[in-house]
Ligand binder design. Structure first.
Ligand code: FAD
Length: 607
């Protein structure tokens, strides 16, 4: 299958990666004992998200033998269902779009965002290495990144913020290039597919959502292209055109295949093995058997956060909190964090997550993040008193922090409700609801009503249905209707900056984020205090090495992605602030392992 040109068969029998071994590895096939080494590698990578795959490729390019293990039966984790965007300040390509940036401006911005929660060494390590990571991706892997000149940093008022260019989008990728391996790629979220089926790029999604001129023609073209791909249609419902996180993971997986890096699915980390104060391997459970895997030069933990662990959520995150509210797939249960803690590793930022309001659609395995829809004109978010408590266009992280802040003031705000009118419903999507012009109410599953969606002829009636104070809601609607006329949101300044306007309707004047709620029927959607992953984890240093409770780096142990405490602190500086660091610190970890090895070879042996 390695020519990358084969296509998946009708029944998509997976390729058995468990037979794939690296050339230089010495394998002991006895899988029934945990006393015998079941494999020796230079580097073991735990997890198969973007950071994991990137570090595996980079380590292989340094001539190291690498094994990747993945707990579930599919690779890619949350990275595969993500938007695939990365936030890379001062990237080489910004100048092409006439955008100037510098390490100093980026550091100023990051320091303002992180408010002293992250050491300057780590911030600098990120800023110094992130542009090199993109060069590596574009030149040495199959992933291709371009800056998005319109995607503004999230905190436009902070010094050093840019109104575009730091967020980079991944190019689409042809699934056929993965051959049979495509069958084990975690499926893209229906939320990132048009009508839950057709792949769109970020640029296409923004045009469709904002109903830019020609949007109907664009939608028709996307649908036509999908159905005219007859050969592929006979094989699978999944689009051959992979976009967002699926494109990134497919491109990196292709790059791993080129390098013969084995990926063992259904193999979960259980614990770390230490000898002479150094991590020298892992114990894992592989297809129901305990295995002992030795890593000569390093273990890289990249097994995601703890969003699917209810006990950890309740212990660390603000409440109320539920695993069911996450938009991440049911895989990450904090295993790597717990394995590190068992060794005495220090944790940080455990009370934080990449929060995002989510909506629960019956029958779906994960909730849908409401990233953009709430920013469109003609909707308001209210708590139980019927009052707005946040700029609806705010970054998703801040939206949920505002839910908790409002809840702490004694007003039920978790969940809160997004209220909109018939005009909004007709024009814009909302979670699983496509615009009413495409998907009228009569075509919606009736089971949705009363679960996460409500409709009423009057605002009063709607308020009763969702148990929200009717007078408060009426007052909030009246205020928004007046703000829509003047173009000024006097309470939360919605639509007053470039970030707010990235998701907006430019045809709406005077403020593309503000519209009246005046046309019956009226609707409400319940928003939970969800997330797209947690961001607290093992504390690492500027070389991605795990730090112990005593403040020393633990030899042989690296950690990246959501298993590690985020370099972004409690903030979300711009779109791509999780995958950018996950891959950058994966790059740093692989480089560090290679550099340590090189320097060990240079040093004279001691008697
Ligand atoms: P993951 O990608 O989840 O990978 C962890 C892997 O480890 C999983 O495959 C899991 O099965 C495996 N694993 C878990 N436990 C074990 C174990 N014991 N042994 C072996 N393997 C194990 N971020 C951005 O920066 N840009 C975006 O555009 C973006 N868009 C998003 C859109 C959505 C809808 C969502 C849900 C998230 C988005 N995010 C985005 C967030 C981002 O996807 C995650 O923060 C990121 O993927 C986390 O990467 P990770 O490598 O830490 O974890």
């Amino acid at each position: 299958m390695d020519d990358g040109r084969q296509e998946p068969g009708k029944d998509f029998q997976p390729q058995d990666n468990s037979q794939q071994e690296p050339r230089s590895v010495d394998m002991n096939k006895n899988k029934d004992t945990n006393h015998v080494e079941d494999g020796i590698f230079d580097v073991i990578v735990v997890g198969s998200g973007a950071g994991a795959m990137l570090s595996a490729c980079r380590a292989a390019d340094h001539g190291l033998s690498v094994l990747m293990i993945e707990k579930s039966d599919r690779y890619g984790g949350t990275s595969a269902i993500s938007g695939g965007a990365i936030w890379i300040p001062n990237n080489d390509q910004m100048a092409r779009f006439g955008i100037q940036d510098s390490p100093e401006e980026a550091l100023t911005y990051l320091k303002s965002c992180t408010k002293g929660l992250v050491s300057e060494d780590r911030l600098r390590a990120y800023l110094d290495n992130a542009p090199a990571l993109v060069r590596y991706l574009n030149e040495k892997t199959h992933a291709r990144y371009e800056p998005n000149p319109y995607y503004a940093d999230y905190y436009q008022a902070l010094p050093g913020a840019k109104s575009g260019g730091r967020t980079m989008d991944v190019e689409q990728f042809d699934a056929a290039r993965l051959g049979w391996d495509f069958s084990r790629l975690r499926e893209q979220s229906p939320a990132t597919l048009m009508l839950g089926r057709y792949a769109m790029t970020t640029a296409e999604a923004v045009r469709l959502m904002g109903r830019a001129p020609g949007w109907k023609w664009l939608a028709a073209k996307i649908i036509l292209k999908y159905w005219s791909d007859i050969h592929w249609r006979l094989k699978t419902r999944r689009d051959r055109k992979l976009t967002f996180g699926n494109a990134l993971i497919a491109a990196l997986r292709r790059s791993m295949l080129d390098r013969d890096i084995p990926l063992w699915l259904n193999t979960g980390l259980q614990s770390l093995v230490v000898e002479d104060d150094r991590v020298v391997g892992i114990k894992a459970r592989r297809e129901g058997h305990d295995v002992l895997l030795r890593a000569r030069h390093g273990v890289i933990l990249a097994a995601g956060g703890f969003e699917r662990n209810q006990i950890m959520r309740e212990k660390y995150l603000p409440g109320p909190t539920r695993t069911e509210w996450t938009a991440a797939p049911p895989v990450n249960t904090g295993d790597a964090i717990n394995a590190g803690m068992a060794l005495g590793a220090r944790t940080d930022l455990m009370e934080h997550a990449w929060f995002c309001p989510t909506v629960g659609v019956p029958g779906e395995e994960k909730q849908r993040g409401i990233f953009a829809e709430r920013s469109m004109p003609g909707c308001i978010a209210v708590n139980a008193s019927g009052r707005r408590f946040v700029n609806e266009s705010a970054p998703y992280l801040d939206f949920v922090y505002a839910m908790y802040a409002s809840q702490q003031q004694g007003v039920q705000s978790v969940p809160c409700y997004l209220v909109f009118d018939a005009a909004f419903r007709r024009k814009y999507p909302m979670g699983p609801l496509m615009p009413g012009s495409v998907m009228p109410d009569r075509k919606l599953p009736q089971a949705w009503f009363g679960q996460f969606l409500w409709r009423a002829d009057t605002i009063d009636e709607l308020a009763t249905m969702i148990n929200v104070d009717a007078e408060g809601l009426a007052a909030s609607v009246a205020k928004m209707n007046s703000y829509a006329r003047t173009g000024v949101d006097e309470e939360f300044a919605r639509g007053a900056n470039d970030f707010d306007r990235f998701y907006s309707d430019p045809s709406v004047k005077p403020n593309p984020n503000l519209g009246p709620l005046s046309e019956a029927p009226f609707y409400a959607v319940r928003l939970d205090a969800g997330d797209i992953g947690t961001k607290g984890g093992l504390l690492t240093d500027e070389r991605a090495r795990v730090v112990s409770e005593e403040g020393e780096s633990i030899a042989g142990l690296y950690c990246i992605g959501n298993s590690s405490a985020s370099v972004m602190g409690a903030s979300y500086p711009g779109a791509g602030s999780t995958l950018g660091p996950a891959m950058t610190f994966g790059f740093i970890a692989a480089n560090d392992i290679a550099a340590s090895l090189a320097s060990a070879h240079r040093e004279p042996a001691h008697a």
